[in-house]
Write a protein that binds this ligand. Structure first.
Ligand code: AMP
Length: 575
C-alpha cells in the first residue's frame, strides 16, 4: 500500500498541500494541538496538569509547564525500562532515539514513533518538491554519507538508536528516496556497518563506481561531507587502485561489507584512469566533487548553525556546484523545511510545517520587570524578532524547550520562515561576559583570516572556560591544516581575544577580571579522535556536531584536547 503511494509521489501535489497548510497556519496549529491532546490526554504526564479534556491553546499554556529534557528524563527512562502504562503517549512507544547531546557531552534519550517518521518524510518531500522545481533531477543516485549508529535494546527491550538511524532503517525512508529518484548508491551493509571508517571508505568507493549516475551528494549535516572529502584526499589512490583491479582494499575487513562491495566492484581500467587524471589535474582539490561526479546537480545537507564553519571548505570542494541547505529539526521532532533552495546557506530560512507539531516561541528580549516573556504562538511571531523555540510533538513532548534560537525572517503564506541563529545556552561565560556559539564562530572566522597568507586553514575548533586559573580565561583549541609561524599564531590569538566584542567580556578583560585568552594548537587528527569518542558513546556520525565548548565535566574530551595540544599562545591584546 505504502509502496503504491510512494510510486505516485508527485512534487506538485506536495506543494499544493503545503500551500494549503501554510495559508491556514494558525488554524492548523490549533487543530494539531487538539489532535495531540486528544491522542495523549489520558497519559500520566498530561493528567497531572488538570487539562480535563480541554485542548485549546490557552488552557494548554495555562496548565502545562515549559520543560527541558531534564524534567522529562525520569518519564522517558521509565518508558525505556519497559513501563507499559501510558506515560507520555497514548500509544506505546517502541523505539527510543538518541539525540547527539552535543551540549551535555552524552547522548540523551527521546521517544520516537511512527508519527515522527511520517513528519520526517513530509519534511523531506516538501523541501524536495521545491528543490526539484529549481534543480530537477532525473533517475539517478545519491551519494549519501549516512551512517547508522549502533542499535541496542534498552532495559525494557525497546529498540534504541539515533533518530537518523531509526529513519534510515525504515522501509518507508527507502521508498521515499526512490520516489525522489535518488536512492542511495551504497548498500545497507555499508550504511549500517559497525566501523564508520570502513563505511566511509565504501561510501566513497560506491560513489566512484556509480560516478556517472550520482546526481546528489549529501549527508544529514555538512560536516560529514567535508569529512568524507578530506578523507578522500588521503585515500584516493587506494580507491582508484580498487576500481582498476576490481579488488577491495584490505582496510575493509567487516565480512558483510566486503561481500556487499565485491558484488558491485568490477575491474574498470578506463574509469580508474579517468578518476586518476581528474584528481591529478585539480589544484589543491578545488572542484573535487564535480570532477568526480560529472552529473551531480547539487550538494545537500544541513549547512547552517554549527555547520557554517565547514562551508568554506565545502565550497572549495564544490567548485561551481550549488550547495543547498537541508531542513531544520531535531531528534525530538522536525520543525521546518527549506522551501527557498536557491538561497545561499548563509541566508537560508526554514518554513514551519504547521501540522507536524505545536510550536511556541519565547521572545528573547527580556521584559522590563526582568521576567522571561511568555511564549507566543506561531501566528503571533513578529518579523525580525528572535525567539527560543518550544515544541509539543506527537511523540510525547509537551512544551519542550529545544534550546535553539531562531529569527523570523519572513513568512510563507501565514507560516513563519525561520533563520537558525544558535543554541540558546551560553558557551563562554566567566562572570558578566556572555558569548554564544555564534560569537565564538565569528571570532574564529576573523582570526582565521590571518592564516590566509600562509595558505593555512582552521580544520576545526572548540573552546573551554578555564577557571582553574585565577582569574579564569577562555581557551580556544584549533586544529590547523599545516604549521603556522609563532608570529602569525600570536596575531591570531590576539585577534580572537579582540573579536569577543561583548561588553561584559571587554570590560572584564580591561580590568583583568578575566585573564588573557589562550589559543592552543592541537595535533592533526585530534578532532577525528573527538568524533571517534562520540561514536563510541553510541552517537552516529550522521548527527555529529563538533562540541563548540567543552565543559569541565566532559573530562574525556578535555583530556583528548589537552593531551594533543602542541603549542599554546596567550593574548597580549589587552596588555
Ligand atoms: P540532533 O537531535 O542531535 O540531531 O540535534 C538537533 C539540533 O541540531 C537542533 O536542536 C539544532 O540545534 C541543530 N540543527 C538541526 N537542524 C539544523 C539546521 N537546519 N540548522 C542549524 N542547526 C540545526
Amino acid at each position: 500500500m505504502v509502496e503504491k503511494t510512494e510510486m505516485k509521489f508527485d512534487p506538485e501535489e506536495v506543494i499544493v498541500e503545503f500551500e494549503a497548510l501554510t495559508k491556514e497556519a494558525g488554524k492548523v496549529q490549533e487543530e494539531t494541538l487538539q489532535k495531540i491532546l486528544e491522542e495523549n490526554g489520558a497519559t500520566e504526564y498530561l493528567q497531572q496538569w488538570g487539562l480535563n479534556g480541554r485542548t485549546d491553546p490557552q488552557t494548554f499554556k495555562a496548565c502545562v509547564p515549559l520543560v527541558t529534557h531534564k524534567d522529562l528524563d525520569t518519564y522517558i527512562q521509565r518508558i525505556a525500562d519497559g513501563d507499559p502504562s501510558p506515560v507520555l503517549t497514548g500509544k506505546p512507544i517502541t523505539t527510543i532515539s538518541l539525540s547527539s547531546g552535543t551540549t551535555q557531552g552524552r547522548p540523551k534519550f527521546v521517544p520516537f514513533n511512527d508519527e515522527l517518521l511520517e513528519s520526517t518524510m513530509q519534511i523531506y518531500k516538501t523541501s524536495f518538491a521545491f528543490r526539484n522545481r529549481e534543480f530537477p533531477i532525473e533517475n539517478g543516485k545519491a551519494l549519501q554519507f549516512i551512517y547508522g549508529s549502533k542499535q541496542f535494546k534498552t532495559k525494557g527491550g525497546l529498540a534504541a538508536g539515533t533518530a537518523t538511524t531509526n529513519v534510515y532503517r525504515n522501509a518507508h525512508f527507502k521508498k521515499t528516496m526512490k520516489a525522489m529518484q535518488t536512492p542511495c548508491c551504497s548498500p545497507d551493509e555499508v550504511i549500517f556497518g559497525p566501523d564508520f571508517h570502513q563505511s566511509l571508505y565504501c561510501h566513497l568507493l560506491c560513489g566512484l563506481i556509480f560516478r556517472d549516475e550520482v546526481q546528489v551528494v549529501s549527508s544529514t549535516f555538512a560536516h560529514s561531507i567535508v569529512h568524507a572529502f578530506r578523507t578522500f584526499e588521503q585515500v584516493w589512490e587506494e580507491l582508484v587502485a580498487d576500481i582498476r583491479e576490481g579488488v577491495l582494499s584490505a582496510r575493509v575487513t567487516v565480512p558483510s561489507m566486503r561481500s556487499a562491495m565485491l558484488k558491485l566492484l568490477k575491474p574498470d581500467l578506463e574509469q580508474a584512469d579517468t578518476i586518476y587524471n581528474k584528481c591529478s589535474g585539480l589544484s589543491n582539490w578545488y572542484g573535487l566533487i564535480p570532477a568526480l561526479f560529472p552529473n551531480a546537480r547539487y550538494i545537500y545537507g544541513i549547512m547552517t548553525g554549527s555547520m557554517e564553519p565547514y562551508l568554506k571548505k565545502l565550497r572549495h570542494y564544490a567548485g561551481e556546484l550549488p550547495i543547498l541547505s537541508a531542513d531544520y529539526g531535531s531528534s525530538e521532532g522536525w520543525i521546518a523545511a527549506n522551501v527557498n533552495p536557491k538561497l545561499p546557506p548563509e541566508l537560508v530560512t526554514y518554513a514551519v510545517l504547521p501540522n507536524i507539531g505545536y510550536f511556541e516561541f519565547i521572545p528573547l528580549r527580556v521584559n522590563l520587570d526582568g521576567l522571561e516573556p511568555t511564549p507566543v504562538g506561531l501566528a503571533e511571531v513578529k518579523l525580525g524578532e528572535e525567539y527560543e523555540i518550544v515544541v509539543t510533538t506527537f511523540a510525547g513532548l509537551y512544551r519542550y524547550r529545544l534550546g535553539d534560537v531562531v529569527k523570523i525572517k519572513g513568512f510563507h503564506n501565514a507560516t513563519p520562515e525561520l533563520q537558525f541563529i544558535c543554541r540558546r545556552n551560553l558557551l563562554l561565560s566567566i562572570n558578566i561576559d556572555k558569548n554564544t556559539e555564534k560569537d565564538l564562530q565569528l571570532a574564529v572566522e576573523a582570526a582565521a583570516r590571518l592564516l590566509v597568507d600562509e595558505k593555512l586553514e582552521v580544520v576545526d575548533f572548540t573552546s573551554h572556560v578555564n577557571t582553574t586559573t585565577d582569574p579564569g580565561h577562555y581557551v580556544v583549541f584549533w586544529e590547523l591544516s599545516g604549521e603556522a609561524s609563532d608570529e602569525t599564531m600570536q596575531e591570531c590569538c590576539n585577534c580572537l581575544d579582540k573579536s569577543f566584542v561583548d561588553a561584559g567580556y571587554m570590560g572584564s578583560r580591561k580590568t583583568s577580571a578575566i585573564g588573557a585568552l589562550e589559543l592552543r594548537v592541537v595535533k592533526r587528527g585530534t578532532f577525528h579522535k573527538i568524533l571517534d569518542h562520540f561514536v563510541g558513546l553510541g552517537g552516529a556520525v550522521s548527527q555529529f556536531k563538533t562540541p563548540r565548548c567543552v565543559g569541565q565535566n566532559n573530562s574525556t574530551l578535555l583530556q583528548i584536547l589537552c593531551y594533543d595540544a602542541v603549542k599554546s599562545y596567550f593574548s597580549t591584546a589587552y596588555c
